[in-house]
Structures are given as structure tokens and as C-alpha cells.
Write a protein that binds this ligand. Structure first.
Ligand code: 3PG
Length: 403
């Protein structure tokens, strides 16, 4: 097990990794549950008299969502009702000067760690621990806190390097998510277990379906991952996957995996029977998958598919959701996501809703968080934990605690 912040003496200088990776509109981060949960963690640390320097990432290099954390500092400050100083630097002179000036009860946000060369790509913790980034920042702090459960599946410097060179603790979000998601692995369900997978991070979900054993009886697919399976099943989905950023040019590998999943687990997969798109009049329009056209952008599963998925949810003993079935931020394309969430909320099944953005739909559409077993702010990390795959960011905290 790892050490937690309750093991810390008060009044320390802390380097805290959180995950406020958020949707971006017009170059600005959009508020979501991640800010709220991490603000609660930071508030607890400030109340204990700590000085808190925060590290976080946003987007991936080369993508539109890869932006500075300046707007994140404002959102975090609103949740904390106190100023969050932002410094557009990670471990250079400006960052070091700002961290040195930091006093007890104050919080500072460093620039997007993915703008610093040492952060990426995935490497062994020992290699990251020796990087200039880790070696420069670590001596400036008394301890490192990792609260970023939702990024704990990434072997990046800010997540795995620091615990090897300084005292390391799990933050409150990390601890709560770890406890909830580990408990799921130990549970046995009598009735069917259903996994609803959607969203944009198909590359995280394809291996999950491939790895899953008998614990999941059926998958309901939407979002990009749903389109990819429809396409592999011979439908003309209007999504030119080879040309997108999603697969880091490894599309052929994913295509082969999808083919083999269809062969092996085909009977467990429920694909959409219809999809929705924006009609010429700007209204929601729908078509059966037999009528899909390559040049159309499909933005939600259709009403018939949403009802089918909701029926499967109602018959289930446990439901795990990762990723939205459509672009729910636009009310016209929220039908799939909201119909499934409502079905979960109405039934007594055990449920977990995960995905940084998906959990936002619960608040947006007036659903009550208490009607869900656990609402996770994690996406890829949570589905990996469900399939029993270790999370490297947690492993290093455990190794550090045992040393
Ligand atoms: C997430 O949003 O799931 C985490 O922040 C990880 O982001 P990544 O998939 O870009 O590594």
C-alpha cells in the first residue's frame, strides 16, 4: 500500500501532481468535475498549512487541446475561492523563483508539464527519476504528492520520476479512486455485467475489450470506438481514421485488433443500429447504419440504439460506463448518453461512470450523483483498473512506501 497525505506532518512544501486535463473551447479550458475534486484535495492541504506547487498536463503535443494552463489556474482559483498563481514555466528560472517565494497556505500552478521535453514519452521510472526536470524540482520540496489517479496509467516523468527521489504520498483523489476501483475487482456479480464504451479515446478502449475475460458479459459501443467497430463490420462510417490524430499512426495494428475482437467476442458486442447527425435544417437527423454515408459526421447513437442499450442496462447487475455515446455537450446529440445514464440511475444495479468528460453529463442533465455507485473522474486509468491491469503511477508510490 502507499502512504497518504494523512501521514504528512503539517506545514510542508509540497509538489503536487493533479489531473485537470479538460475539454478546450476557443483556446480556454472548460470547467469539469476534475477541477472540483482536485480543489477539494488542495484545500485540505492548504488547511494543514502546506505550501502547494501544482503540476498538471493538458492535451498532447500536436493537438488542439495542447494549451497553456493559464485558464486552468483561474478555474482552480474559483473553486478554491483564493488566488492560484500561474507561472508559464515548469522548472526553469521563473518556476524556481516562484516556488521559492511560495508560502504556507499559498498555491502555485506550474505550466503544462507536457511542454517540457523530459515529461514524455513513456519511460522506466528510474530513467525519468534521473531527468533534469525531476532532479531540478525535487530538491526544492519536502515531499511529492500524486493525486492524479486519472493519469496513473502513464509512465511520464511527473507521475513516476519523483517518488524515486523524494518522500511520496497519494493525495485524497488518488486514494478515493483507488479504493473504489479496486473494490470493483473483488466483487462478484450474479447477473449480467455490461460495459458501455464511447468517447474519443478509442486507442485506450480497444485493448480493454481485447483483454477482458469473463467478467464482462456485453459491451455497448458508441462514440469513436463504436464507429470503428461499425466500420470493421462493413458499414460506411464517415470517419477517416487513418487521417486523424487518434492513433499516433498505428492504425493498422488497431485495425487488426478490432478484426480479431469481432471474431472472438462478436457475440458480446452490441453495436449501434442507427446513428444521429446534423440535418440540413440544423436539427438532429437519424439513419439506420445500413444507410451511413462516408462524408457525414455522426454525432450520437440513434434513438433505437439508445433504447436498446438502456434495456440492456436495466437487465444488468452491474454497469460500467467509460466515455460518452455522443457529443452530449450539444443537447441535440445527448440522447444516447443521457438515455443510458437515466436507465442506470433508475435501477439498483451497481454502477461506475468514468471518463473526465462523461461524468460532466450527470450534472449537465440534472441527474443525481447519488444514483450512481461511483462517479470516477478517470477514464483510461479506470478501465485499466477494471481489467486488473496495474497502474504504473500507483506502483511507484507503493515501491516508495516499501523502501
Ligand atoms: C485523461 O484525460 O484520461 C488523462 O488526463 C490522461 O490523458 P492522456 O490520455 O492524454 O494521457
Amino acid at each position: 500500500m502507499f502512504n497518504t497525505v494523512s501521514d504528512l506532518d503539517s506545514g510542508q512544501r509540497l509538489l503536487v501532481r493533479i489531473d485537470i486535463n479538460a475539454p478546450v473551447e476557443n483556446g480556454h479550458a472548460q470547467d469539469n468535475r476534475r477541477f472540483e475534486r482536485h480543489a477539494e484535495s488542495i484545500r485540505t492541504l492548504l488547511e494543514d498549512g502546506h505550501a502547494v506547487a501544482v503540476m498538471a498536463h493538458q492535451g498532447r503535443p500536436g493537438r488542439d487541446t495542447f494549451i497553456s494552463l493559464e485558464s486552468h489556474a483561474d478555474i482552480l482559483g474559483d473553486h478554491l475561492s483564493q488566488d492560484v498563481e500561474f507561472v508559464p514555466d515548469t522548472f526553469g528560472e521563473d518556476a524556481l523563483e516562484a516556488t521559492e517565494a511560495l508560502e504556507s497556505g499559498e498555491v502555485l500552478l506550474l505550466e503544462n508539464v507536457r511542454m517540457c521535453e523530459d515529461e514524455l514519452p513513456e519511460k522506466e521510472p528510474e530513467t525519468h527519476a534521473g531527468s533534469e526536470f525531476v532532479q531540478t524540482l525535487a530538491p526544492k520540496f519536502d515531499a511529492y504528492v500524486n493525486d492524479a489517479y486519472s493519469a496513473a496509467h502513464r509512465a511520464h516523468a511527473s507521475l513516476v520520476g519523483f517518488p524515486l527521489v523524494m518522500d511520496a504520498y497519494a493525495g485524497p483523489v488518488m486514494e478515493a479512486e483507488y479504493t473504489a476501483n479496486s473494490a470493483i475487482q473483488d466483487r462478484e456479480f450474479e447477473g449480467p455485467v455490461t460495459m458501455v464504451l464511447g468517447g474519443t479515446k478509442a486507442e485506450d478502449l480497444i485493448p480493454v475489450i481485447e483483454r477482458v475475460d469473463d467478467t464482462v458479459d456485453r459491451f455497448c459501443l458508441g462514440g469513436i470506438v463504436g464507429e470503428l467497430f461499425l466500420r470493421a463490420a462493413g458499414h460506411d462510417v464517415g470517419y477517416d481514421v487513418e487521417e486523424t490524430e487518434f492513433f499516433d499512426h498505428q492504425w493498422d495494428d488497431h485495425a487488426n485488433t478490432i478484426e480479431s475482437i469481432l471474431e472472438t467476442y462478436g457475440d458480446r458486442l452490441t453495436l449501434a443500429a442507427d446513428l444521429a447527425y446534423e440535418g440540413d435544417d440544423g436539427e438532429r437527423a437519424e439513419t439506420a447504419v445500413e444507410g451511413l454515408e462516408k462524408d457525414t459526421s455522426y454525432l450520437d447513437v440513434g434513438t433505437e440504439s439508445a433504447e436498446t442499450y438502456a434495456d440492456l442496462v436495466r437487465e444488468s447487475d452491474a454497469v460500467f460506463v467509460k466515455g460518452a455515446l455522443g457529443v452530449f455537450e450539444d443537447e441535440r446529440f445527448a440522447t444516447g448518453t443521457v438515455t443510458v445514464l437515466e436507465a442506470i440511475a433508475e435501477t439498483d444495479c451497481f454502477s461506475v461512470v468514468g471518463g473526465g468528460d462523461t461524468s460532466r453529463a450527470i450534472g449537465m442533465y440534472g441527474l443525481d450523483e447519488d444514483d450512481f455507485g461511483h462517479v470516477s473522474i478517470a477514464g483510461g486509468a479506470y478501465v485499466r483498473a477494471l481489467t486488473g491491469e496495474p497502474l504504473v503511477g500507483i506502483d511507484v508510490l507503493e515501491t516508495a512506501a516499501a523502501a
